[in-house]
Unconditional design. Structure first.
Length: 262
């Protein structure tokens, strides 16, 4: 049985009188691509913000890599290998594409003034190794030829690829993807899906993605968690969920079965 790398336990969060998440629980298995789906307003993006540390839950807990991280700030979660992307890509616009990758790697010896002055050779060697690694990742995502361009000048699709490449550079234990296929062309959707599958297959990367494109979900996700009204409603493969009456009712609002691929 696969190890659980993330466990959401009875999470509640309120915004005034609104129950955005109302006692939601689910888990993510290490080495899997898991989807979090549900109707608009189900609480999916709020849940991503709770897991990543943007929001603190009113009740419940988040356990990541066998440690309770509920009270930890988001940057500490990132340092522990919990990396996220956003619905709208967030690049460092005034840095080059290559620099966008280099800044995410923590603990570089050249960041310390003493090392930069008295261990300059070691710092240069480390920097050269990081540049080579970053260039390999950019080549994988088809961005190598743009490595010296400012990130702010990229197209929307290129920014989406850059954000994913930057997340890979951070060496995540778990990557949270909030609607990675939103607003991109069908051709790029295909490429992004292929990248996720290859990262999962070749490097064992674990993903939790919020996604409305159910064709993508069915193609790349081994497990699906359904949220509705702030709660976990069901889980399984998309094929199994197609015939779940509760999912059809909550997700489709009355039985338009074809919208879950049936």
């Amino acid at each position: 049985m696969a190890r659980t790398i993330l466990e959401v336990k009875d999470v509640h969060i309120h915004f005034g009188g609104l129950k955005a998440i109302d006692g939601c629980s689910f888990h993510v298995e290490e080495g899997a691509i898991t989807a979090l789906i549900g109707p608009n307003g189900a609480g999916k993006s709020t849940m991503v913000n709770v897991i990543s540390g943007t929001y603190q839950p009113d009740e419940g807990s988040i356990v990541f890599d066998d440690a309770d991280i509920t009270k930890l700030p988001n940057y500490v979660r990132a340092q522990r290998g919990l990396i996220r992307t956003f619905q709208i890509s967030r690049e460092f616009a005034n840095l080059t594409v290559l620099e966008n990758l280099l800044v995410v790697r923590l603990g570089q010896s050249g960041e310390k003034l003493f090392n930069a002055i008295f261990k300059a050779k070691k710092s240069r060697e480390e920097t050269n190794a990081l540049v080579a690694e970053a260039n390999d990742i950019l080549n994988t995502f088809g961005l190598y030829r743009l490595r010296n361009d400012y990130a702010g000048n990229l197209s929307g699709g290129q920014k989406r690829l850059l954000e994913l490449a930057r997340a890979v550079m951070a060496k995540p234990k778990l990557m949270l993807l909030d609607e990675p296929m939103a607003g991109v062309t069908p051709a790029l959707i295909e490429r992004l899906g292929e990248h996720l599958v290859e990262l999962n297959r070749s490097y064992g990367m674990t993903f939790l993605l919020v996604e409305h494109n159910l064709e993508v979900v069915e193609k790349i996700c081994s497990r699906v968690v359904v949220m509705a009204t702030g709660k976990q409603l069901a889980e399984g493969t998309l094929a199994e969920l197609r015939s779940n009456p509760a999912v059809i009712e909550a997700y489709l609002g009355g039985g338009a079965r074809e919208r879950v691929g049936g």
